[in-house]
Write a protein that binds this ligand. Sequence first.
Ligand SMILES: *[C@@H]1O[C@H](CO)[C@@H](O)[C@H](O)[C@H]1NC(C)=O
Ligand SMILES: *[C@@H]1O[C@H](CO)[C@@H](O)[C@H](O)[C@H]1NC(C)=O
Length: 512
Amino acid sequence: MYDTGVMLRSRPWHRWVVAGAVLVGIFYLFPAVTFRPTTSTAIADTRFLTPAPLSNLPFLKELLKDNGLGPEVEFASRHLKYRRNAETRPPLSQIPNKLFPNPPQTINIETVTTLPQLLPPVTLAVENSPRPNEVDASALIFGVSTTYSRFNDDAAGPLREWKRWLTDGNGSSNGAALVLCLHEATDDQILLAQTKLEGVGIRATVQHSDSSLDMPGRYFSLINALYNHPSRETRSYFGLIDDDTFFPSIAALLSMLSEHDPSKPYYIGAFTERVDWMMDHKVPMAYGGAGVFFTAPVVKTLDDLTPTCLKKNPESGLYLEWGDQGDLLLYNCLHNHTEVILTNVPQLHQMDQFGDPSGLYESGELPLSLHHYKSWHRLAPEKVHVVTDACGLNCIFQRFQFADDWVLSNGYTISAFPRGIDFDIMKMEGTFDNGLAKNGVEDVSLSYSFGPLRKNLAGTGRKISWSLLDARSDEYGRVTQVYVKRRDDERWLAKDEPKPRLDSVIVLVWEL
Ligand SMILES: *[C@@H]1O[C@H](CO)[C@@H](O)[C@H](O)[C@H]1NC(C)=O
Ligand SMILES: *[C@@H]1O[C@H](CO)[C@@H](O)[C@H](O)[C@H]1NC(C)=O
């Protein structure tokens, strides 16, 4: 029986190569597909017309070359057929099939002329959630304050990510509006930003932020910008975000928000995940990076309170309400002058943990928001998100465990467990590193949010992970994901275990 160790340790599998060579010539034919969206918010989907054979080879050749992988690589691939007919989205779905019943092949990506493609697809059932082009987010308006140089920066700029959750993914708005207030921007730069956003289909209003205000003040004054937006009457939920806040499923976000009557006063957000910081700050406030949402009555109240709450002590220069951060100033303003209290939604994530974030991303949770993915940890959420073009917004980060104990955390990693899953996979893995060794709270800092964490498997040889390198979707609604494990990645080696000879590549293709 093929076990997961084969991808790492070399074993004689020549016979598989011979069998594979026979099968390589057999082309998998894509079935004709007719698709009718079934959600009420769905709009016409024109993508699923005449399926053509999929050629991932040129894409893969370029991608691996650009990333310095290969040319000789270990290669495995699987097609996943998704059915949008599951009742729920569980944190772990058991799949009766093996993901890789055959061992991987070795190919030279520079010289290969056709990709090995041997097996019939595995069928996965997912919840029927809308795709990015099937969701109506017009109940939402967001305010964000940043600098022009950050907005315009290729690496730090948010445009790639905003395209994923503010548009249909193909140049048109999903109905949500964005008010972008830019600090340190010329009139020309405001126009440039406006043009850039419109160019990708984002319904944006770009304006100068008030240069007389400091950072907390600029954040607070987003309330005024949202309140004065011409579309105010048509919006139900008003969000304040950071420029590195990402919403994996705008559909799931809407469904959470819709549990709160938009005509009643609501202040919705999330605490930090770190209980030590809660205790230090002593404030049950919504931490801004996770996204903070208000209903219209609260926006009105805060707008009325703005002159009061932005008053400073002329001598100290400090806000009378107290707050060196915008989210705290906002909380103090509400707390000091109203009866509005926070509705804490822990699925919104401020992401205050440091170190390897995979514990959370591999937990099977559908996070309602993500943050700090360009600073305290690294993630390219716009690549993770591509798979939602196929299996719908709520299949992002969904976890599937196959019969051979391979686990897919959709869009993030594929993991193998050479010794089997001999731990409680329903508990979150303690991959994080908050650098708390000195103050002795490492065991509780995150456990109030994430539950008691199980041991980190890195460096034990018990877990081997392939991480998403890139993904793309085509006009037939198919999504190709490329996951890689580099030969020099030491995280997956046991002590004294030699490094593998080759980089390793897994390609998954999602199709109807
Ligand atoms: C508002 O509340 C904060 C504590 O939440 C306090 O430090 C501050 O002095 C209060 N400001 C006013 C003007 O009441
Ligand atoms: C994207 O939009 C263009 C122009 O509106 C259209 O021709 C194309 O089919 C769309 N592509 C997808 C994948 O929906």
